[in-house]
Design a protein around this ligand. Structure first.
Ligand code: PLP
Length: 385
């Protein structure tokens, strides 16, 4: 029951409404200590200036040209983006993932770590894509051996291989894959390329601007027969969750052909992205000055998150609680033997969180900083029993 994020989140909200002592650690949204969303105020100044034409018509199916051309500004330090690419605007990061998985879904297998955002499973199942999960960590490092084994199994059984990686600030652990780990992953993938095997790597960088290791340069070395799909989200970094905007960038030999497939896939799902949101973001992304302001605000929000993370990690250490490998980000996960019962016991002690494979996930992002020590103490009471 506690693995269903939406359901637990609703239970937590109802519990908080009845009793303010309840701690809701389910929310994958960055909140300040008053419970308000941290978003970039630049958007507030633009929205009242929009004309009806910028708000009410349908948007272009793959998003407005101005935004598609400029969307990668926020990833500008990423050298692999200088390769020819096809970028489209999507309905959130979820839309980018859903489009990338559905377009390659024919007789496909999705290779993904056991610890991952649960919605990957929902999306894959929705397009009849089989799952090939692997153990996530070997001690404090990514389990590259398990990754390669899962990849080999998928190659033996499927026509389309989709490898989904979520870095930096992995959900649910907050882990950033290191440069060396990314290099090894690219080497493993390059070794597997032979005729008749179609591999697509999806990089889910939904939390990119909160990552400490933002350098995805190892992907410059990815064999050009492998498709690279970069799924970005405007929800997390910009704090505009309700705008439902994200982007998908394809670096592939078949960019042109793929654009047609993505067009059809979008028409069949959300038809075209949110016009109002696209108009606002087109204005921001085409102005260096506004981009700078947004960057400054993201830096401030990163400071809030880092402060919360430091408080929580110190408290976990004080109460002698081990975590899965963690770098930074909205989430942190704690290995426990019986996640469901631990989550149940915590809910009876006014703490709501979700379960993951072999552990519990704490969404630090949504908890006020002044309650994080108390949260760690309550977790310790149940986990250290
Ligand atoms: N990827 C990961 C790992 C996430 O946790 C989320 C949202 O929680 C997303 C992608 C999608 O974000 P959105 O659709 O809100 O842009």
């Amino acid at each position: 029951m506690f693995e269903d994020i939406t359901r637990v989140s609703q239970m937590a909200k109802a519990a908080v409404a009845k009793n303010p002592k309840v701690i809701n650690a389910t929310v994958g949204v960055l909140l300040d200590d008053n419970g308000d969303i941290l978003y970039s105020s630049v958007f507030d100044s633009i929205i009242p200036t929009l004309t009806p034409k910028e708000k009410y018509p349908y948007e272009d199916v793959l998003g407005p040209a101005l935004m598609r051309n400029n969307v990668l500004k926020f990833l500008k330090q990423e050298k692999f983006l200088s390769k020819p690419n096809m970028t489209m605007i999507t309905a959130g990061g979820t839309g980018a993932l859903s489009n990338a998985i559905s377009v390659f879904s024919k007789n496909a297998g999705l290779v993904v770590s056991e610890l991952c955002w649960n919605n990957y499973f929902t999306i894959a199942r929705g397009f009849q894509v089989d799952l090939y999960t692997y153990n996530t960590f070997d001690k404090d490092k990514y389990d590259l051996k398990a990754f390669e084994e899962a990849l080999d199994k998928t190659i033996a059984e499927k026509e389309n291989i989709i490898v989904l990686l979520n870095t930096p600030s992995h959900n649910p652990t907050g882990y950033d894959l290191s440069k060396e780990e990314l290099q090894s992953i690219v080497e493993i993938l390059n070794k597997k390329v032979t005729d008749g095997i179609k591999i697509t790597v999806i990089l889910d960088i939904a939390y990119y601007n909160f990552g400490l290791n933002q350098n995805l340069d190892p992907f410059l070395e990815l064999n050009e027969d492998i498709n690279l799909a970069i799924a970005y989200s405007f929800s997390k970094s910009f704090g505009i969750y309700g705008f439902r905007l994200g982007s998908l960038t394809m670096i592939s030999k078949d960019n042109e052909k793929l654009e047609k497939s993505f067009y059809s896939s979008t028409r069949a799902k959300w038809s075209n992205p949110n016009k109002l949101g696209c108009s606002v973001l087109s204005k921001v992304l085409s102005s260096d000055e506004l981009c700078e302001k947004v960057y400054e605000e993201i830096d401030k929000h990163m400071g809030v998150l880092t402060n919360k993370t430091t408080i929580f990690r110190n408290a976990l250490e004080e109460f002698n609680i081990k975590t899965f490998p963690h770098t930074n980000g909205f989430f942190l996960s704690i290995p426990v033997e019986d996640p469901e019962n631990v989550a149940l016991a915590l809910s009876e002690n006014d703490v709501y969180l979700t379960t993951v494979e072999g552990g519990i996930r704490v969404a630090i992002s949504g908890v006020p900083s002044y309650r994080l020590r108390e949260l760690a103490e309550k977790i310790a009471l149940v986990v250290n029993k």
